[in-house]
Design a protein around this ligand. Structure first.
Ligand code: CS2
Length: 451
């Protein structure tokens, strides 16, 4: 039997259930990119908020590419379980915040209607780094953008404008530097090219808060789902397995109402940058280091790479000696404590976080994870040996080819096999590359790689 509202009474007592009337909640949030990350993070916070009495924050999830999540969740009326694992412990909760999953290719009108509804106040995003359709240089690639959320969003906002409705908060939850401003600028490029009338209205009525989201969510496996089915007595095709840790720092800049997420652990701040920079360079930077160096040494999981004494020590020095000094920390931020906590999270074998999951889309991730850090060092004449090794392992991974899953993968594999490490770096980060300004401004950056 599948998980559904009628199956809820059969779940074991120790599975936590929601206490609110989910059918009575209007859809206040439309979320683009309803993958595991959103369901482990924002949807979980929103479920806690509704459980504590907030109303009208049901989520309509949108899948931009495949119907897989719709097929998992719609037959379950949007219900799924979230299991937090830590060491030998596991705690499961049913999440009821997601009302439906729509698929861009077939539900276009419904998606536009949800965003254009007076009930909707927040449109949020976890579409991954590549979902923003940035060209190499970081500007909007209009033909890629056409296949992403931009046309749906601008049509829906156009409808809100026409109906005299208030604006919405456009909340980016992806691992991009200055993610709110980035989305705002990309959206402005879209409207300038395709919907010029909307420009002014968005500027006046919508906001783009930046946010830093953190929760490690390994891709679930058949083995995980079988374990859960035995425990629950029902099958959950949309099950999420994650860690106990969760952090969400949000810039307090909303266009309208929002759930009281801060009562459930989220932090509302005036400036997200220090948290976002620390996360990208320390957590994600070390993650990508472990991914490429770990795969090179034959490891499959993050905890295995961490147990490799040399890699574990280098991950620590990447965080503390290479990345942390580059972060302009907020007064309440303790970067040493942050690193210690991260290393502990990475060591937890219960998570089974695959290195090849992290290795994916390197060209989209590396600029904000490593390049900013080495630019800082290059301008001071200092070195960053762990990141240097990470770059070498990334080039190895392109050469090896087994784990490459990247929009530029074919091109880079061909380049690297012709013996051109330098050509790969230039292609990715040079004149047309993301962070190209950084590459060019710091004449030293290029030579940093040559030393
Ligand atoms: C990871 C992130 O897959 C990756 O690239 O580094 O998804 C990481 O697990 C999350 O950012 C943690 O919050």
């Amino acid at each position: 039997m599948r998980l559904s509202p009628s199956a809820l009474t059969q779940l074991p007592q120790d599975v936590t259930r929601f206490g609110y009337d989910r059918d009575a909640q209007s859809i206040g949030i439309v979320h683009f990119g309803i993958g595991a990350f959103h369901r482990a993070h924002q949807a979980w916070y929103t479920d806690l908020a509704m459980d504590a009495g907030d109303r009208g924050w049901a989520i309509s999830g949108v899948s931009l590419r495949s119907a897989a999540v719709a097929d998992q969740l719609n037959p379950q009326h949007g219900l799924y379980t979230l299991t937090e694992r830590s060491g030998e412990n596991a705690a499961t909760r049913v999440i009821a915040a997601v009302r439906e999953v729509l698929v861009a290719a077939r539900d276009r009108d419904a998606i536009i209607a949800r965003v254009a509804s007076p009930d909707c106040h927040i449109v949020s995003f976890t579409v991954t780094e590549k979902g923003y359709a940035r060209s190499g240089a970081g500007t909007l690639d209009l033909s890629l953008a056409q296949k992403s959320f931009y046309p749906l969003l601008s049509e829906a906002l156009e409808r809100r404008r026409g109906a005299g409705l208030p604006g919405v908060t456009l909340l980016c939850c992806d691992n991009l530097p200055d993610n709110g401003r980035t989305l705002e600028q990309l959206m402005a490029q879209w409207t300038a090219a395709r919907a010029p009338d909307l420009d002014e209205w968005i500027a006046q009525h919508c906001t783009f808060p930046s946010s830093m989201v953190d929760r490690i969510v390994p891709r679930s496996t058949g083995e995980d789902r079988t374990w859960l089915a035995e425990r629950l007595g029902v099958e959950d095709d949309g099950a999420i397995f994650t860690e106990r840790f969760s952090q969400w720092v949000i810039e307090d800049r909303f266009a309208g109402p929002r759930p009281a997420w801060e009562q459930h652990g989220a932090q509302l701040v005036s400036d997200v940058a220090p948290y976002e920079t620390a996360k990208l360079r320390m957590l994600n930077g070390a993650h990508s280091f472990l991914a490429y160096c770990g795969l090179q040494r034959g490891h499959a999981y993050v905890h295995e790479a961490m147990a490799d004494a040399e890699l574990g020590a280098m991950a620590r020095s990447l965080m503390l000696e290479e990345a942390a000094p580059t972060v302009d920390a907020a007064p309440d931020q303790d970067l040493n404590g942050y690193a210690a906590e991260l290393l502990e999270r990475f060591r937890d074998p219960a998570l089974r976080h695959r290195l090849d999951q992290i290795a994916m889309d390197g060209t989209q991730k590396i600029p904000q994870r490593w390049l900013d850090t080495i630019a800082w060092h290059a301008s001071r004449g200092s070195d960053a040996p762990a990141i240097r090794q990470a770059f070498a392992a990334w080039l190895w991974h392109l050469h090896d080819g087994r784990f490459v899953d990247d929009p530029m993968g074919d091109e880079l594999q061909a380049l690297v096999r012709k013996g051109g490490a330098e050509a790969v770096l230039d292609r990715c980060f040079g004149c047309d590359g993301m962070r190209s300004a950084l590459w060019q401004d710091h004449g030293k950056l290029r030579s940093w790689f040559e030393t």
